[in-house]
Design a protein around this ligand. Structure first.
Ligand SMILES: [Fe+2]
Ligand SMILES: [Fe+2]
Length: 194
């Protein structure tokens, strides 16, 4: 375990997230990768990943509107198959267990985590079908009405899930996870990316 100070996670993660959002505003098809150094502040890293998911949802809406940018759609497919899946693993295998361990009963964190884990399962099931739809777009095919509804539904689901995590889960984590827990979270998230 390293001795880096991870306590910056206790501050709202507006700075890095806002900076990333501003940069992505230049190209609506981009999903910019966070700096690996941000893993030293694991809750901040999760917050920035949520911003990237918001960018992915925006791209899904562009696709549903009939717009096509092959490089952007390819980036979206790569994101859903890699970083999006890794983020879910970060939460399920590291973040949620630490919260269950450190939160007092009055936080009712178990109920919230149960709901979020359920939504992750649905996401996993949806991503495979979504990749097929996006590959169709890459091949130059026009989406039918059902596919458009599916793409929009997935985008909306991503947005409501990250909004709940940002509004409820991350503030609880900032309040409850001590330096030792943050160090452990940081180390586990780094190991997943070696
Ligand atoms: Fe999640
Ligand atoms: Fe998340």
């Amino acid at each position: 375990m390293n001795v880096t100070d991870h306590t910056s996670n206790k501050k709202p993660g507006a700075d890095a997230g806002a900076a990333q959002e501003n940069r992505s505003a230049v190209n609506p098809w981009d999903i910019e990768a966070p700096s690996p150094e941000l893993l030293e502040s694991p809750i901040e890293f999760l917050f920035v990943e949520h911003n990237r998911q918001r960018q992915a949802a925006n791209i899904l809406h562009l696709v549903a509107d009939g717009e096509v940018n092959k490089a952007g759609v390819k980036k979206l497919i790569d994101f859903l198959e890699t970083d999006f899946a890794v983020h879910v693993a970060d939460e399920e295998l590291c973040f949620f267990p630490l919260l269950l361990q450190h939160c007092p009963p009055e936080d009712n964190i178990d109920k919230l985590i149960e709901r979020l884990a359920d939504e992750h399962k649905k996401d996993e099931a949806t991503v495979t079908g979504m990749t097929t739809v996006l590959n169709d777009v890459m091949a130059g095919n026009k989406l039918n009405d059902k596919a458009v509804r599916t793409v929009r539904g997935f985008a909306e689901h991503i947005l409501q899930h990250l909004a709940l995590e940002n509004a409820v889960l991350l503030p609880i984590a900032r309040a409850r996870l001590n330096e030792t827990a943050l160090c452990a979270l940081s180390d586990m998230m780094k190991e997943r990316r070696i």
